[in-house]
Design a protein around this ligand. Structure first.
Ligand code: SF4
Length: 362
């Protein structure tokens, strides 16, 4: 069972909080991108058995690419299950929705970030709150199996009432899935350069706690650190990452993890990748693999599979007693799982598990 991730780097402009690998040229080389992605797929498919179960177009802004170009990639990859696509509200219209459906998209993820008329422009989004609502009206009527919304929180100017109202909008619409991200000052972003004010730790914790409570009360259960779903609406593709399953990465800056354990990183410079720059292939050493397995799987409600980590690295993951006493994690012979309080400090918990495991030895 494996997935395929395809990075579509094109964006209308760079959002001020974003440091992803994106390309804002006005006339993107879509045909060049298609040819190189198919080349990446020809390279990667040799290392995987059978057809992928999922395909995910992420970015960047996949909704900026011509549907025919995306369709050529979807046809070549021929996933057996979920095909997801990230779309910005300002790219959503009836024509595009129909074209995405025709090329096999089953799941649409809409980058709303906020419905608030005052906050959305502060986040530098190209769409207004009204446009976001209109885009969702169209997307929800278009017949996808699942429509997801990205929300962001943690700007100093954001009130708790605004965040609660964003979640209420999602709940009213009966959306099946929400990704709730923390606004951070990513190195290289304009927000980082100008020191955009963020909520302090105490306020962040209060906003986070309230948001999780509101989402869960609306029937959207947390199944990963930043992801909430109604039954049957989880992101099957993203669960490949959080369960540390293999996936192939196609496109500039895409990463993959082959079943052999080899990590693949495509060139993160769009022009260099278009010109055919070689991907870097690397097999992580056991310590790096231990960190990666713990860090990625602790984020998921199923947690760390202890025997699987031991089989892969030689170490049986161990939990610091202080984390258990503090009510951050719960352990069983089979797994280590975060408790609600632990999700707020998941990175620190992951680091402490790795430290304790390495100190205890095999
Ligand atoms: S946040 Fe999304 S739309 Fe904005 S620049 Fe980054 S990838 Fe592009």
């Amino acid at each position: 069972m494996y997935g395929v991730y395809v990075h579509v780097p094109w964006c209308r402009y760079r959002c001020p909080y974003c440091a992803f690998v994106v390309d804002t040229r006005s006339a993107p080389d879509h045909e060049g991108w298609r040819a190189r992605v198919l080349g990446d797929w020809a390279r990667e498919r040799e290392h995987f058995a059978g057809r992928p179960t999922t395909l995910s177009f992420g970015g960047g802004t996949p909704s900026r690419a011509p549907p025919a170009v995306l369709g050529a990639v979807a046809a070549a990859v021929a996933a057996t299950g979920e095909v997801s696509l990230e779309a910005n509200p300002d790219d959503i219209d009836a024509e595009h929705l129909a074209a995405w459906r025709d090329l096999g998209v089953t799941r649409l993820s809409v980058g709303v970030q906020s419905f608030q008329p005052a906050l959305a422009p502060r986040l530098g989004r190209a769409h207004s709150a009204r446009e976001a609502r209109r885009a969702l009206d169209l997307a929800q009527a278009a017949g996808f199996s699942s429509v997801s919304v990205d929300l962001i929180f943690g700007h100093a100017a954001q009130t708790e009432a605004e965040l609660v109202d964003d979640i209420a909008e999602v709940a009213r619409r009966g959306l099946g899935h929400v990704s709730l991200y923390t606004l951070t000052l990513e190195p290289g972003s304009r927000f980082a350069a100008r020191g955009e004010p963020l909520a302090d730790d105490e306020r962040w914790a209060a906003l986070h706690e309230r948001a999780v409570a509101e989402l869960e009360a609306a029937g959207l259960a947390r199944y990963e650190l930043s992801n909430f779903a109604r039954p049957g609406h989880r992101s099957v593709h993203n669960e490949h990452y959080w369960r540390a399953r293999a996936w192939a990465g196609l496109g500039p800056a895409a990463h993959g993890w082959r079943p052999s354990g080899v990590r693949v990183a495509n060139a993160d410079d769009v022009d260099a990748w278009l010109a055919g720059a070689q991907a870097v292939e690397e097999r992580p050493d056991p310590e790096a693999l231990l960190f990666e397995l713990v860090w990625s799987t602790i984020r998921h409600v199923d947690g760390v599979d202890r025997e699987r980590v031991r089989a892969a690295t030689g170490w049986l993951p161990r939990v610091p007693g202080a984390a258990v006493a503090a009510g951050l994690v719960v352990e069983s012979p089979a797994s280590i799982r975060l408790l609600p309080a632990g999700f707020a400090v998941s990175d620190a918990v992951a680091r402490s598990i790795v430290r304790t495991t390495l100190t205890a030895g095999v």
